[in-house]
Design a protein around this ligand. Structure first.
Ligand code: EPZ
Length: 417
């Protein structure tokens, strides 16, 4: 099983263009099903989650092609409306295909997406939203059988919590519902705005993304589109936290600083100097990170749950104490035990984790527990004295297009072995 070997304790210094956003690309690829013809997506990162999504599109009958960071999807002829269990298990966020298949074909069948390393991943909000739009959804032996039956109509639907996936599923299904759908209590993430912009490029009438009410006038025929996805704000946060852990100066391009304000604020509080420009930002860290005010994860624009492990890893090797409260997922501290193997002092009680910086972590052999937890171990290894090996790279490959390559561009001593 391959792993990363990291020689820590060296400051970073370099410039990197950040990959396209995984959490934009996945719903946008699902959205290509809404219209016959070939859509072209630029700035598409090479990730295992993207490959899994392309496999599903091909299985549904699409012609899929990739050239560098450009992916084309021809959804002219769909030959099935179902996603088999093995592909659903590969990537639970494939539930996003529900809305797109209902809109295009009026029917969809997929096995119930399971939980994942972050704990149970319910989809009750997704199903409630689609049922409000008129879908008949039967849950039988672990399979979801969805039918529009010609009853899908634009309606007002309320999300009891701003679920990213449920918002996206509702937007996609609403494109196939004649009339106006108002999604109240929508998630406000930048990836939702990216999806809106792609749908608009397809000729859809969608407004309000980025706010808590999104309106879709559906039932119109759409056409394929060409689109460039935004930069990945969580990948950017990863490189910034790496600089916070190891010290030095990094410059990132291809990402909108306004998409990671909450993370930048924490890093500045911890003592980093941050400068921002259009689609670019730089961070300099010349001293051990200090403890900061409590970090509470929250829906966007709050502190992103996906950056919790990354910031924790950087602060663990600093000085001072910081409290984290993980409010989004039930099991998102699985990286803590691995960080403690590197000498971190972190106490967990339920949703709360208290990190007391120990000045310097030491290298160790550690194992990725999930996507961002694995990246957090790499961040910790860069700041640690000595050599760290991080195994379980399959988790990291889900969301990073060459994390080691990107870090080497910033001066890190990291190789895959
Ligand atoms: C998206 O997941 C992201 N994934 C996650 O990124 C991210 O952590 C999450 O949003 C929160 O920002 C993609 O976009 C592919 P949610 P999603 O629905 O849509 C509960 C990464 O690291 N909930 O906003 O699944 C749920 O259990 C990944 O890139 C329900 O209760 O997240 C969670 O506690 C990890 N019922 C909370 O809402 C539902 O029907 C937020 O989930 C749906 C969600």
């Amino acid at each position: 099983m391959s792993s990363y070997r990291i020689e820590g304790g060296r400051p970073l210094d370099g410039c990197l263009k950040v990959q396209g956003a995984k959490n934009s690309v996945l719903p946008i690829l699902a959205a290509t099903l809404l219209a016959p013809g070939q859509s072209t997506i630029h700035n598409c990162p090479d990730l295992s989650d993207v490959s899994a999504t392309l496999d599903i599109l091909a299985l549904l009958g699409c012609r899929v092609d990739r050239e560098g960071d450009t992916v084309t999807v021809d959804a002219s002829v769909l030959t099935r409306a179902g996603i088999p269990d093995r592909l659903m298990r590969e990537m639970r966020s494939s539930v996003i295909f529900l809305g797109a298949l209902l809109a295009r074909l009026g029917t969809a069948e997929l096995s119930y997406p399971g939980g994942c390393e972050l704990g149970p991943r319910p989809i009750d909000l997704h199903l409630a939203a689609l049922r409000t739009l008129g879908a008949e959804i039967r849950e039988e032996q672990g399979c979801l059988r969805c039918r529009g039956n010609g009853n899908m109509r634009g309606r007002e639907l309320c999300l009891s919590m701003p679920s990213v996936g449920a918002t996206e599923n509702a937007m996609l299904a609403a494109c196939g519902c004649p009339g106006v759908t108002a999604i109240v209590g929508a998630a406000r993430e930048p990836e939702i705005v990216d999806l809106q912009n792609f749908l608009r490029a397809m000729g859809a009438e969608v407004t309000g993304a980025g706010g808590s009410v999104i309106c879709v006038r559906g039932g119109r025929s759409l056409h394929p589109a060409e689109y460039r996805v935004v930069g990945d704000r969580i990948a950017a946060a990863t490189y910034l936290c790496a600089a916070g852990a190891a010290g030095g100066r990094v410059e990132l391009t291809g990402v909108e600083p306004g998409h990671l304000t909450a993370v930048l604020t924490c890093l500045e509080q911890a003592g980093c100097a941050v400068h921002t420009g259009p689609e670019a930002l730089s961070l300099e860290c010349c001293a051990p990170l200090k403890g900061i005010a409590p970090v509470r994860t929250a829906p966007y624009p709050g502190f992103p749950t996906d950056a919790q492990a990354l910031l924790m890893a950087a602060l663990a090797g600093g000085e001072g104490t910081t409290m984290f409260v993980e409010n989004i997922f039930d099991s998102r501290y699985r990286h803590v035990d691995e960080l403690c193997r590197m000498g971190a002092d972190i106490q967990v009680a339920g949703r709360v984790a208290v990190v007391t910086g120990v000045g310097k972590l030491h290298g160790a052999a550690v194992r990725s527990t999930d996507l961002r937890g694995g990246a957090a171990l790499v961040v910790a290894g860069l700041g640690a004295e000595g050599v760290t090996t991080v195994s379980g790279l399959r988790h990291i490959r889900r969301g990073y297009d060459g994390l080691d390559r990107g870090l080497r561009a910033l001066g890190a001593r990291i190789w895959e072995e």
